[in-house]
Design a protein around this ligand. Structure first.
Ligand code: HEM
Length: 425
């Protein structure tokens, strides 16, 4: 109850930050049937300049938000960065899967030593993906020192994004300093239009923040859903069924709550529906994913037997026509391999509430011998409810502090005041 109130309040705060020109879809004017048409419109292509929300995102993603692919305006620098990312994320599927299996096995061997171990799934997965993306970038096994720096950084970003803790710029700067010493060692050419410092920020933001955070969050949702639906967990070796479980997990718990675009020209969908240049369009993923399905709030992988992910209201990796996720191909391959490695060793059990933002980080019991730890599940449930109450208050307070701080720093606004040339096509 309290947590729902806090989520509603946070949405209000974000709306206020954005000012009067922000509109959230789907709504009465542009419903689910035209949602993708608007999202994919060529003029819905501004990313940072001109939205109050950008100051907040840049604050959370520092250092180097101005060269983060997600936040770069269209133009030659964006093209250069996107090309580099595509090169890093390419590679044969077998090799991408084998690396995920290997990194998962290494971390599980190291961290799970009891017959029954209590973990937070997001925390368990962070070192796995730190190792994975280090290998992807440098082409060698990840030293422990680097892994700790990467996890420290990625955890700091996602903790502050979820408002369960404040930012720690010094912790992030330690990874920046380390990466600056390693620029010559990366496997593929870095974007040439970036300075060396910007190249360091590109590596840090793309592979050691976004990639690690998104994969850890995605895996926490997937493993938690499997812990709470054991009948689905038993079938993950079937590729087709696994794809349905993943689609259903992403449908119900999309990693993006809202993605936004700033219109760079007037958009006219029909004579009644126009948006002037400079509008901030907010695309609400969970709301869109809940339309067009029977019982949309139920977790039902079986629905995908007779639903095509192509035609359904389903955009877990964004919209092909408007800057979709470059890890669209890699992520499911790596997640499937990691999931199988976890389930090969343990059965999973969890009695916590599964929400999209998952500020609890996914409490879960990993059990070796197939028994069901009933008493610990009851305790877990009580503790989860109690934590939820105080965490909601913490989120509200810290969220407000950070919104105000970001508003004072004005990172994006100041950047665009001094970089007028940047980068409207
Ligand atoms: C389960 C995993 C992931 C999911 C569900 C996911 C989801 C998304 C979505 C929905 C978008 C589009 C947002 C928008 O329209 O503004 C996006 C963009 C992006 N994602 Fe992912 N992502 C995942 C993993 C990754 C990984 C592993 C990387 C690693 C590099 C990555 C890097 C990016 C980048 C750079 C963008 C911005 C693309 C652009 O603007 O050109 N993501 N992601």
């Amino acid at each position: 109850m309290l947590s729902r109130l806090v989520v509603a309040l946070r949405a209000k705060v974000f709306e206020k930050v954005n000012g009067d020109n922000a509109i959230t879809f789907p709504n009465d004017q542009v419903g689910p049937d035209r949602f993708e048409e608007l999202y994919g419109h060529p003029a819905a292509n501004g990313r940072s300049r001109g939205a109050g929300l950008s100051d907040l995102f840049w604050y959370w993603l520092s250092p180097g938000p101005e060269v983060h692919q997600e936040h770069l305006e269209a133009g030659p620098r964006y093209d250069d960065v996107a090309r580099a990312t595509r090169t890093f994320l390419a590679g044969p599927g077998d090799a991408l899967a084998a690396a995920a299996t290997r990194c998962t096995a290494k971390v599980l061997d190291e961290m799970i030593t009891e017959p029954v171990t209590h973990v937070r799934l997001r925390d368990l997965m962070m070192p796995v993906w730190a190792e994975y993306f280090y290998e992807l970038v440098f082409g060698e096994p990840c030293p422990r020192e680097a892994r700790d720096l990467i996890v420290g950084h990625a955890d700091d970003v996602v903790t502050s994004l979820k408002c369960t803790g404040l930012r720690h710029p010094a912790r992030r700067a330690r990874l920046t300093r380390y990466l600056a010493t390693r620029l010559a060692d990366v496997r593929h050419p870095l974007p040439e239009t970036l300075s060396p410092t910007e190249q360091v920020h590109y590596l840090q933001g793309t592979y050691f923040n976004t990639a690690v955070v998104q994969m850890s969050e995605g895996m926490a949702h997937l493993l938690l859903a499997l812990a709470q639906h054991p009948e689905a967990a038993q079938r993950v070796d079937d590729d087709r069924y696994f794809a349905h479980v993943l689609d259903e997990t992403f449908r119900l718990y999309p990693l993006f709550g809202i993605a936004h675009r700033i219109t760079t020209a007037d958009i006219s969908l029909d004579e009644h529906t126009t948006f002037p240049a400079g509008s901030v369009l907010c695309f609400n993923y969970p709301a869109y994913h809940a339309t067009g399905y029977p019982n949309p709030h139920e977790f039902d992988p079986g629905r995908w037997e007779h639903t095509s992910a192509r035609t359904a209201h389903h955009i877990p990796f964004g919209i092909a026509a408007n800057r979709p996720c470059p890890a669209w191909r890699l992520s499911p391959i790596a997640m499937r391999a990691a999931t199988r490695e976890v389930l090969r060793r343990f059965t999973l059990h969890s009695s916590v509430t599964h929400t999209r933002s998952l500020p609890s980080r996914g409490p879960c019991l990993l059990v070796r011998d197939g028994s069901v730890p009933r008493r610990r599940l009851v305790l877990m449930r009580v503790r989860d409810r109690w934590e939820d109450v105080w965490r909601s208050v913490v989120q509200l307070v810290l969220g407000t502090v950070m919104v105000l701080h970001a508003h004072r720093l004005r990172l994006a606004s100041r950047y665009f005041e001094t970089h007028q040339h940047q980068e409207i096509p």
